[in-house]
Design a protein around this ligand. Structure first.
Ligand SMILES: NC(=O)c1ccc[n+]([C@@H]2O[C@H](COP(=O)([O-])OP(=O)(O)OC[C@H]3O[C@@H](n4cnc5c(N)ncnc54)[C@H](OP(=O)(O)O)[C@@H]3O)[C@@H](O)[C@H]2O)c1
Length: 302
């Protein structure tokens, strides 16, 4: 008596409607099947009395006994009933269909509103990224070859460098830090470990070449350049095979010319001065840290 008010079980209106529709449908079918049974029994009785027992057999229509005429007419009604139940009746009735349609339209409208809202929020980001890409396109990428080569273009022997020039290594580090460095698989393997603060892109024809985490592996020089497209100055750092293929793609060459001839198995290609113009030439003496004289030369495509 003084207890809490009992919560009435809540039935979803939509579910309720579904149940009612199902019940209505069952009733419709039941009525049809009863009709079939009544038709079969009475049809048989009429036929038996009329044709079997000769009841009022003088009544005919176009020579057909009266019972056959009645059965035929009734059959037409039965067929009409059948069509009504199984064909003309839409499954849930007109009201239900209308409601479903309205619901669908409302849902679509909600989605459109949401999309509009999202677009409004994202528009500034899209515009920003477009501006970024356009700026990138305007500021031309400067694909730069960096190399140290002897007077005879020697660059390496037995997959190793031929010299150790401290200031050249320092310059290499200063120029390439923070950038993509693109290299052949053999050059990559000549390093004891990946160089810090640079994104390594290794070119190899091997399908499953395993490189340490963070090192990108591609199978052509074009793909290497593509992968580095967000960098305004990616560097091609060797070795001989890759330099050869990159010469016609590069915009700039930073070459440390070591003023000596060396025995080697890997060479840098000849720099064609019809294509390249020298824009910097800085001489470095031979001293206790440097076994050879050398010069930092910069070439730019004419
Ligand atoms: N002095 C310098 O400034 C300098 C700089 C860098 C290197 N080096 C020296 O250069 C030497 C190494 O040069 P290297 O010519 O022997 O080798 P590399 O150019 O470093 O690497 C060659 C490898 O790159 C891959 N490769 C080349 N072209 C390719 C293509 N078109 N598509 C896919 N993969 C391709 C192949 O790898 P797979 O075999 O895996 O398919 C090929 O074996 C070493 O002695 C090194 O010390 C000198």
């Amino acid at each position: 008596m003084f207890g809490k008010k009992k919560n009435k079980p809540q039935i979803d209106q939509e579910q309720l409607q579904l149940i009612q529709n199902a019940q209505r449908r069952i009733k419709q079918k039941k009525r049809f099947y009863s009709h079939v049974i009544v038709f079969a029994i009475f049809g048989l009785i009429l036929y038996t009395f009329n044709v079997g027992l000769g009841l009022a057999d003088e009544f005919t229509l176009a020579t057909l006994p009266w019972s056959i005429v009645i059965i035929a007419f009734w059959f037409i009604l039965l067929f009409w009933h059948f069509l009504n139940v199984f064909l003309f009746q839409t499954f849930m009735g007109k009201d239900w269909e209308q409601k479903q349609l309205e619901k669908l339209v409302n849902k679509q409208q909600e989605r459109i509103e949401k999309l509009k809202e999202n677009l409004k929020n994202e528009a500034p980001h899209i515009a920003k990224s477009q501006i970024f890409n356009e700026n990138l396109a305007l500021k031309k990428q400067n694909l730069t070859i960096i190399v140290a080569a002897g007077e005879n273009n020697a660059i390496g022997k037995d997959n190793k460098l031929i010299w150790h020039l401290r200031d050249d290594l320092k310059r290499f580090k200063a120029l390439t830090s923070g950038h993509y460095i693109i290299m052949g698989r053999k050059t990559f393997e000549s390093f004891p470990k990946p160089l810090p603060n640079r994104t390594h892109v290794v070119i190899s024809r091997q399908e499953n070449y395993q490189a340490p985490e963070g090192v990108l592996v591609v199978n052509s020089i074009e793909k290497a350049i593509e992968i580095a497209k967000t960098d305004l100055q990616p560097f091609i750092i060797g070795g001989g095979e890759i330099y050869k293929q990159a010469m016609h793609l590069a915009d700039k060459i930073e070459i440390t010319r070591v003023h000596e001839e060396f025995e080697a198995d890997t060479f840098f290609p000849e720099i064609d001065t019809k294509i390249w113009k020298k824009t910097n030439d800085t001489y470095h003496v031979k001293d206790e840290n440097h076994d050879y004289e050398f010069s930092f030369l910069t070439y730019e495509r004419k």
